[in-house]
Design a protein around this ligand. Sequence first.
Ligand SMILES: [Zn+2]
Length: 344
Amino acid sequence: MSQDLLPPEASAPWIAEQRASLLAQRGHAWLLQGPSGLGQYALALELARAWLCEAPAEQGACGACPSCHAIAVRAHADLCVLMPELQMQELGWPLSEKAQAEIDDKKRKPSREIRVDAMRDAVEFCQRTSARGRGKVVLVYPAEQMNAITANALLKTLEEPPGDARFVLASEAAHQLLPTIRSRCLTHTMSWPTDQAAGQWLAGQQIEPGTAEAALRAAGGRPGDALALARSGAAQAWAQLPRALAKGDVAALAGHAPAGAVAALQKICHDLMALAAGAEPRFFTRADLPSRPLAMDGLQAWSRELVAAARTADHPFNTGLMMEALAARAKGVLLSGSSPRARR
Ligand SMILES: [Zn+2]
């Protein structure tokens, strides 16, 4: 079967280790949690493949049986994938006929959250008999994209699981889940790869070492996010970002969507605060940042503004104006520690 249909993390050694350890445990409902970019979707899919595989090993699915093949081509009758429609499209999962028709007819846009309709289908799916006789699996990702109604519908099924259904919920913000959902699942916290393992994995994804290093730094060590940054081209310019902003270069933020721009500024702010407190920066090197430490109270004020900006960044009133304001504010902060001469 083609491995290309699996997410790139599926072959990563740290995912393989976690897969083996989870498969050795019992449990009909797992919650995989951790920040984004650690591979929870890949691990969730690996568990689903292994549970449904006709010749599973301790290490996971065989990759060759009809069940593994059916998952690879996104057409396994016993696997129900619950995702926001946008995410399903990105990851290559087919939508239900009804949903696809509504989107094709331009009646609505693909959803950003898990729809009640899809949850109803999933609950019904759980009641059906397994088609291939190896039980059924419901995969929910990102689980925090369930609203209160869909979460409650799932809760009912989690409380009284039909005999052969298993659940794997993958979340990048598990604190947003209903506590009742969390308490019905066995929780697994995603483990972090070492920088070396992540670097080797990125090399295997055809990312050259210099870019991989910058991307990992920019992503705070989270390999999935680092891969996305490297592929988008944003990693290459990352180290230059503080300097470009200090020069008043608004275009330095152009490679980012508004939410990404705010996140990038938050990382600069984080590192400036670390330096001000005498600690090491995390997302940039010391050489990328202003050499004089900045005043902590000014940085704290900026940090609060960025938190507020993050709330509106998904739906800005005017993207261009927002980016200009963000860049101007960043410039002011970055130059606040330099002499009046350099500030001009
Ligand atoms: Zn198999």
